[in-house]
Design a protein around this ligand. Structure first.
Ligand code: FAD
Length: 385
């Protein structure tokens, strides 16, 4: 399958929006500017200076809005072209029980928004939005917790259980994001318990496997094994992984072997192997392919065709981030595949770390035009005729 039809990819964007996007991707394509801009932004946020005028256009491109209501027009526009929404409440680094409960309530609101609404594909959450990171790390180490910490952990489990139960009751599929390795052991245990409980007749809860970890292909295979033997369905979002630098640095600092693959080729090999593995076992392993990589996306789409799996089969979905790789999402949806966008939302100020990550991802390497910019240029040239 090919994804170079930019007319389909950008049918949802006006000429004016595309010209604005060309300008924005041109700016964030300059590494020096992004480095300097990121520092200035972080400083402006810490000094509580007004920043809306500077980041407004970037926020509008990569985020749905400041709240669920604000994001509805984005979902509607995606839906007109067959692309579904995954509302992503982007709370990062919350602490204190009240803030963690508030995050749970906000995620509950995303489940309620998605209930029975064909514009939405999944709900999603990060366990770190529902727990202090220190507690996740301590729990993952398997040590005995103090009674106070054990009570706090019980509250984390309750928040996760509430979300998954609500999703199951309202027939909304829900994904649990993957995070840093030192938080992930505790997340894995919670996610597997939720899948075992709710994924009996259909796949409601999806965990996430980061294939940049050298142990995650085997982990995915193990999940499928247990699901088949015990009579449930494993749901796995396959991603390459977002925290490579951090992981390598921490392992080096602690003198431990890196959990990350030796090189990109090894990550690609395991990612594609996980796709093939799942395709042959869809009865007990449902997948969401969370990637902007064209080759992996084509491998899954073509693999479905080869095995006679219908594009609309609910056991397979594709997902990209809003504002990224529209050529994949919209071309997939155009051909009847389930394609969805993470639509992050939240107060503009709190979206800054997310926006900086998007800018860094789109900064040109070795002077090359970013993938997004070259697609936008192609489409503008095509429209000009
Ligand atoms: C819908 C969606 C959901 C996501 N959810 C999560 C999540 O829950 N948790 C999470 O961690 N990330 C998540 N991500 C981000 C994802 O993990 C990747 O960081 C991002 O998508 C880039 O990878 P790619 O497959 O799109 O593309 P590519 O550009 O092909 O791959 C880039 C990725 O390859 C890996 N890589 C690059 N260089 C090397 C190297 N030298 N050695 C080894 N590996 C290397 C890294 O993971 C890097 O991010 C999500 C992404 C999407 C689209």
């Amino acid at each position: 399958m090919r994804f170079d039809d930019t007319a389909v990819a950008f049918a949802h964007r006006s000429d004016r929006e595309l010209r604005r996007a060309r300008w924005m991707f041109g700016l964030i394509g300059a590494p020096l500017l992004v480095r300097l801009g990121s520092r200035l932004l972080r400083l402006a946020v810490s000094l509580r200076l007004p920043i809306g005028w500077a980041v407004g256009p970037v926020f509008d491109y990569f985020c749905g809005g400041e709240d669920i209501e604000d994001s509805r027009s984005t979902s509607e526009r995606l839906h007109q072209f067959g692309v579904k929404t995954i509302l992503d409440y982007s709370a990062e680094g919350q602490t204190g029980e009240a803030a963690l409960d508030a995050a749970r309530d906000e995620i509950l609101a995303t489940i309620h928004a998605a209930e029975g609404d064909p514009r939405f594909a999944f709900a999603v959450f990060k366990v770190s939005a529902l727990s202090d990171n220190d507690l996740l790390e301590e729990k993952g180490q398997g040590n005995r917790l103090s009674s106070e910490r054990e009570a706090a952990w019980q509250r984390v489990e309750d928040r996760v259980s509430t979300l998954c139960r609500e999703a199951a009751d309202r027939r909304v599929r829900i994904m649990i994001d993957a995070e840093e390795t030192w938080l992930q052991d505790a997340i894995d245990d919670l996610a597997e318990a939720m899948m075992r409980k709710h994924n009996r007749d259909r796949c409601v809860v999806f965990t996430t496997a980061q294939l940049y970890r050298h142990d995650r292909l085997a982990y995915t295979q193990g999940l499928e094994d247990r699901a088949r033997e015990e009579g449930w369905i494993a749901g796995v979002k396959l991603v390459r992984g977002a925290y490579m630098e951090k992981e390598r640095q921490r392992a080096a600092e602690q003198g431990l072997p890196s959990p990350i693959q030796p090189d990109k080729a090894a990550t690609d090999r395991d990612f594609n192997a996980a796709i093939d593995f799942a395709l042959d076992r869809l009865d007990h392993l449902n997948i969401v392919c969370g990637t902007h990589n064209e080759a992996s996306t084509a491998r899954l789409a073509d693999g479905m065709t080869d095995r006679g799996v219908d594009p609309s089969d609910v056991r397979v979905a594709f997902a990209q981030l809003l504002g990224m790789s529209d050529n994949l999402s919209f071309n997939l949806a155009h051909r009847g595949y389930t394609a969805a966008k993470y639509v992050p939302y939240g107060p503009l100020r709190e979206a800054i770390p997310y926006l900086i990550r998007r800018a860094e991802e789109n900064t040109s390497v070795g002077g090359q035009t970013s993938r997004e910019l070259s697609l936008i240029r192609t489409e503008l040239a095509r429209r000009k005729g």
